[in-house]
Design a protein around this ligand. Structure first.
Ligand code: ZN
Length: 226
């Protein structure tokens, strides 16, 4: 009788739990790309003549999301509307900026994507400063990804910029994630501004980023196979 009870316990309680855990581990999606849309809500980012960075970031983010989905990538995006991510943060009390960073960090650390790509727009006192700038985190994969994206964008924008090593914006514990910030251009520069607000140009820039990601994934795969 006791044995029966143990068997019953195993098949009714333990086995379904074990099975569920295995299935869950098997089906847990692995994210190729997390698109991080910079700023949002009360945080407009950089601004000029009523144009807000947060809006440009969102337009590019949504377009890139659609493009990568269409190319069958497993992709997530940090926001699809105009709101502050700091509002979602439920941890300890801290500044709004810090909450925003912690919320984005939480997303990347729980999704563990292969790529974390943050979209932003630049601003400089010197209004001649122009072109795309890719900022990378301290890791070989991040540097490599930054170089690939910067090269593709340089070709499109006809610039000759190099990626820049950034301070640790995101406190990530997953070094397997290649993390970059793509500054799409300078809002303070007339040419860049016109470009960033043009629908056709936006499509072309998004295409440029997505072909850079395709090249990165192909090269990384070759590197891992060898
Ligand atoms: Zn920004």
């Amino acid at each position: 009788m006791r044995v029966h009870l143990w068997l019953l316990f195993f098949f009714v309680i333990v086995f379904p739990f074990m099975y569920a855990k295995t299935v869950n581990a098997y089906w847990k999606p692995t994210y190729d790309v997390v698109i991080d849309v910079g700023h949002g809500g009360v945080d407009g980012g950089t601004t000029i003549k009523g144009i807000l960075e947060k809006e440009i970031n969102l337009q590019f983010g949504l377009e890139l999301y659609k493009e990568l989905k269409a190319d069958s990538y497993h992709v997530a995006i940090t926001r699809i509307h105009d709101y502050a991510l700091s509002d979602d943060y439920i941890g300890r009390k801290t500044s709004r900026h810090q909450k925003d960073l912690l919320q984005r960090t939480m997303i990347v650390n729980s999704l563990k994507p292969k790529i974390f790509l943050s979209l932003h727009v630049n601003w400089a006192k010197n209004n001649r400063a122009h072109g795309p700038v890719v900022i990378y985190q301290k890791s070989d994969k991040s540097l490599f990804l930054a170089e690939v994206i910067q090269n593709h964008l340089n070709r499109y924008y006809q610039t000759e910029r190099n990626p820049i090593k950034g301070k640790n914006y995101y406190l990530m514990n997953h070094t397997e994630t290649a993390s970059v910030i793509v500054e799409l251009g300078f809002l303070s520069n007339w040419n860049d501004r016109v470009m960033l607000l043009d629908e056709q140009k936006r499509k072309e820039i998004v295409n440029t980023i997505s072909s850079a990601l395709e090249e990165y994934f192909t090269l990384i795969l070759i590197d891992e196979v060898e």
